[in-house]
Write a protein that binds this ligand. Structure first.
Ligand code: ATP
Ligand code: MG
Length: 455
């Protein structure tokens, strides 16, 4: 074929790739066909929506809040998407701050509530750059690429997260079939699952989070890819994973989340040392300890009580620390030194996967290094330990170890009694019987060495 013909053939219009606009138009669900009422929407979010609308811009609620409202759940926060550009948004609100150096978002503040207002954006050429906050990576990934509402919908992760509630007529706008998935309880990535996971492997963690939190079934093709692509988490900056892991474990269903993460082979790429240690004894107390810590977390989340990330991390990483400390003790280190050194070693290996900020790492270390001190119950030591600023958390951790069956319950019971005891009883506890028993034991040991088997 002459070259010219070949070129002509290649350029034939019907063979050119279809433009992105080839997607079918949106399905619009008018107010009468969905359950979102303005009474459920934060008054501040409504103020923002109305003011944008009055100024002639398109203004919608989007993402998690629309999904949660449709499911009858209380949204954590309300995000707004609009065709107004950041500078235009700023001019409309006095209480507004632009954040981000290049991909700028507006934060409109009302007392303690912040309404995040984002301009519609098209997908970045490199895919996921726009979901990564600059402060998490320390680098700027790309410039803003503003887009249409439709482009904004297609770059989102799951169909149920890409619904828009339009303040112009109170309808729900659906480009991706999210409404049907929502009704069916299906979590489905928008587009080609493997492409979307590869663009941003954190979507695998988000899949697990939404699946357990919403009680949805993850679409099969999205589910089957998880074990195969789990290793991609190794390329995610540890600082970003820290945030995601916290969201996973503070979602209120940490136990199920943890099980799902292990089932799909994701956990080992977040906490490799823990996964290895747990795999050594699949039904033993190490797993019980983690499970109990997560149960406590879920209970606290349900009661709206504060949850301390350092306690959670202390539990998640305790088994590798404990094993490493035992190894060092076998080589002659004292228990205190062994735990100190094991903590450093485990931490420095762990932060290569999931970062642990100093404000978390310091108290976590203290919880660990105080553990051997609970074993010393004579003289002035117990009182000194009691007045340690981290005593309460360390004692809770001791209880956890005891409940999980790692240590004799007697030790934890002694500390419970010691805290409740009056001055004179405390004096007895740290002197009389404990010392006496010790002396007697020693003298017996000297007399009949073979009979002493306690340790
Ligand atoms: P939650 O209730 O837990 O906050 P959410 O759906 O609001 O859930 P966010 O992390 O707050 O989750 O994100 C808001 C929205 O931004 C999501 O609903 C989704 O549309 C989009 N999004 C967030 N992260 C990603 C990502 N990594 N890839 C694609 N879209 C994302
Ligand atoms: Mg959200």
């Amino acid at each position: 074929m002459p070259i010219l013909n070949l070129v002509k053939k290649l350029l034939k219009p019907e063979e050119a790739p279809k433009p992105a606009a080839a997607h079918p138009g949106p399905r619009i669900y008018p107010r009468s066909q969905h359950s979102i009422s303005r009474r459920q929407i934060s008054p501040n979010a409504l103020k923002v929506l109305y003011r944008l609308h009055k100024a002639g811009f398109r203004a919608c609620l989007v993402g998690g809040c629309v999904r949660d409202l449709l499911l009858g759940r209380e949204p954590k926060d309300f995000d707004v998407a609009t065709d107004a550009h950041p500078e235009q948004i700023r001019k409309l609100f006095r209480n507004c701050r632009l954040i981000g150096r290049r991909f700028r978002l507006a934060h409109v503040r009302f007392g303690r509530e912040i309404i995040e207002v984002a301009t519609f954006r098209a997908a970045a050429p490199e895919g996921a750059g726009d979901w990564v906050r600059e402060e998490e990576t320390g680098r700027v990934l790309r410039d803003n690429v503003y887009g249409t509402i439709e482009e904004d919908a297609w770059r989102r992760d799951f169909t149920v997260n890409a619904l828009y509630y339009d303040i112009a007529d109170f309808s729900v706008v659906d480009y991706v079939g999210g409404m049907e998935d929502l009704k069916a309880g299906v979590l489905r990535l928008i587009g080609e699952p493997e492409v979307r996971y590869r663009e941003d492997p954190v979507r695998m963690l988000r899949a697990v989070r939404f699946m357990t939190k919403l009680g949805f079934v993850l679409d099969e093709s999205c589910r089957l890819l998880l074990p195969r692509l789990a290793h991609l988490l190794e390329d995610i900056p540890p600082a970003r994973l820290y945030e995601e892991v916290l969201k996973l474990f503070l979602s209120g269903c940490a136990v199920q989340t943890f099980e799902a993460l292990r089932r799909y082979g994701l956990f080992g790429h977040l906490f490799p040392l823990t996964e290895r240690a747990l795999a050594r004894q699949p039904d033993g107390f190490p797993l019980t300890l983690v499970a109990k810590a997560l149960e406590n977390t879920d209970r606290r989340v349900a009661e709206d009580a504060p949850v301390t990330p350092y306690f959670l991390y202390a539990a998640l990483l305790w088994e590798p620390v404990r094993l490493e400390a035992l190894r060092r003790q076998a080589e002659g280190a004292t228990s205190a030194v062994a735990v100190q050194e094991a903590a450093s070693e485990v931490l420095s290996a762990q932060v290569r996967h999931v970062a642990i900020p100093k404000r978390v790492a310091l108290p976590m270390r203290e919880v660990w290094t105080l553990q051997p001190r609970f074993e010393r119950r004579q003289g002035g030591r117990p009182l000194r330990l009691l007045s340690h600023p981290r005593f309460r958390a360390a004692y809770d951790f001791l209880l956890l170890r005891s409940e999980a069956g790692e240590i004799e319950p007697e030790l934890a019971e002694w500390w419970t009694r010691f805290q409740q005891a009056g001055e004179s009883e405390r004096r007895k506890m740290i002197q009389g019987p404990a010392r006496g028993r010790r002396r007697r034991r020693r003298s017996r040991r000297r007399a009949k060495p073979r009979e002493t088997s306690e340790s």
